[in-house]
Write a protein that binds this ligand. Structure first.
Ligand code: IMP
Ligand code: MG
Length: 183
């Protein structure tokens, strides 16, 4: 079925269908990884909320849900390099298997710092799954354990990702027109 594309979108990068196929595959991999265990699956608000909801619904493994809100971005498209914890986890992760669910890894700053903070809490294990990865943009050594899609260095929106808090509810991932942020 033809998809209605938002007028601020330059081009469609990942369709709903492509995303859904990949999310199901990823859920199966994670089921194998966590077989017989109950991981705490951490949603990094707000960008990963859509991916998170789809991913956990495709997992058969029992999971506990928790949420964190961190930011290293304002309404700009370049990372500031600083991590601000706006909302911390509700549960104690000491001795637990923890899976961090992220929307996109760009410079790597956010996850690099977040991983350090969470490792200090002594989880039994900590894995990172990301929907998108822009490996070309990395400024710190930060490799996710699981990646759904590696993408080129372009600013994308939709399926949870925003530009200035907009476009998160688009069901696909699209490249934002430069004219929207280069005004
Ligand atoms: P990093 O700290 O540079 O790796 O940035 C990670 C965060 O930057 C993500 O969680 C997003 O919120 C944001 N981000 C990076 N690239 C994009 C993009 O192309 N579109 C939307 N948000 C992005
Ligand atoms: Mg963002």
């Amino acid at each position: 079925m033809a998809q209605m594309i938002h007028s601020d979108v330059e081009r469609l990068m990942l369709s709903e269908e492509q995303i859904s196929v990949k999310v199901k595959e990823m859920a199966e991999k994670l089921d194998k990884l966590y077989e017989g265990r109950t991981p705490v699956v951490v949603c990094i608000l707000k960008g990963s909320v859509i991916f998170y909801a789809d991913l956990i619904r495709n997992m058969q493994t029992p999971v506990e849900l928790d949420f964190m809100c961190v930011s290293s971005y304002g309404s700009d498209t370049v990372s500031s390099g600083e991590l601000n914890i706006k909302k911390d986890l509700a549960c104690d992760i000491r001795g637990r298997d923890v899976l961090i669910v992220e929307d996109i890894i760009d410079s790597g700053n956010t996850l690099y710092k977040l991983k350090k903070i969470l490792m200090e809490r002594k989880p039994a294990s900590l894995n990172i799954v990301t929907l998108l990865d822009k490996p070309e943009r990395r400024v710190v050594p930060m490799e996710p354990d699981y990646t759904c899609f590696e993408i080129e260095d372009e600013f994308v929106i939709g399926y949870g990702l925003d530009y200035a808090e907009k476009y998160r509810n688009l069901p696909y991932v699209g490249v934002l027109k430069r004219s929207v942020y280069e005004k």
